[in-house]
Write a protein that binds this ligand. Structure first.
Ligand SMILES: [Zn+2]
Length: 308
């Protein structure tokens, strides 16, 4: 992932480098006559201000241009590792740090976003539907053999329960599936309606910027409200022992009920699709809570699998 991120920066810088090069080379500004020296200065100044404009524009672009969803997934992993005992952490790190043919050494944040990073690699096309489960409004989840987040999570957990039969690479891959999908499944729009592609088809404006509802929940509230793992952990004490124990029960089908129940709030915005600061204020608490519950559950799964 680090490599991909660096590549993105490279493409990013390369792209603007080209624009600057085009600006410099697009006009013949060197001439021989004295009179044209003034022209040269004027033309050069015009060029320099254009270049400066491009540089300022590049620098002011949002830094998360290539980082959709990364922060939320990283927070879930961080919360889980803040709650885990040291034995489990050690066992998980042992696999994540393995450099295999396909996968480099991986931090917990990188493990949590690996499934998004490989979306463009056709080798992993079979995982495309694993990020979500579609259930139309008013319907209940009906068990299916098709690929979805519930089946993918259950399969990865079962695979790791019998990991004696697996190569280290397969263990690591299943771990990264669990890291990612435990996060995804707690985002209400990942257990939403297929008819609007989990809110991707709902065009809205968030804090005056055109976007879609899915992105607002996946990334933009987390970014604009600067939500951190610590903020989420501070909400831990709102739950009593029984509630925490209930969260820790590993039953993926039951996990989707909380986020499903939140969809009414997600879709509660004006018909003009303008989501203002009040919408962020109302919903940031829900997002923190969902990230926390996801972290608690990721820790519970990892403990079940790796605590010795
Ligand atoms: Zn995903």
């Amino acid at each position: 992932m680090k490599l991909l991120r660096d590549n993105n920066h490279f493409v990013f810088i390369g792209c603007y480098g080209n624009i600057i090069y085009e600006l410099i080379s697009s006009e013949q500004i060197v001439t021989g006559s004295t009179n044209s020296r003034c022209k040269f200065s004027f033309a050069a100044m015009k060029k320099i201000s254009s270049i400066l404009f491009v540089i300022v524009f590049c620098v002011s672009l949002p830094h998360n241009l290539f980082a959709w969803g990364k922060k939320g997934h990283g927070i879930v992993a961080e919360i889980a590792f803040a709650l885990l005992d040291s034995n489990t952490k050690k066992a998980v790190y042992k696999y994540l740090e393995l450099t295999t043919i396909d996968l480099g050494a991986t931090t917990i944040e990188e493990a949590s976003t690996w499934m998004d990073e490989v979306r463009s690699d056709h080798k992993y096309d079979y995982m495309r539907e694993w990020h979500y489960v579609n259930i139309e409004k008013g319907n209940q989840y009906v068990e299916t053999k098709e690929g979805n987040a519930i089946n993918a999570l259950n399969n990865a957990i079962t695979a790791l329960e019998h990991r004696d039969n697996l190569s280290n690479e397969e263990i690591k891959k299943n771990l990264m599936i669990i890291f990612h999908l435990t996060g995804d499944i707690h985002m209400p729009l990942h257990v939403g309606y297929g008819s609007d592609k989990g809110g991707n088809d709902i065009k809205v404006k968030y804090l005056s910027n055109p976007t879609n509802l899915h992105r607002v929940w996946d990334t933009e509230i987390i970014e604009s409200e600067n939500i951190t793992a610590n903020d989420c952990l501070l909400t831990y004490n709102r739950f009593d022992k029984d509630e925490i124990a209930k969260f820790k029960e590993i039953n993926i089908e039951n996990w989707i009920y909380e986020p499903r129940a939140l969809l009414g709030k997600v879709y509660n915005f004006p018909a003009d699709g303008v989501l203002d600061q009040a919408y962020a204020d109302k919903n940031k608490t829900i997002i923190k809570q969902q990230l926390l519950i996801a972290g608690i559950r990721l820790a519970a799964v990892l403990e079940k699998l790796f605590q010795s």
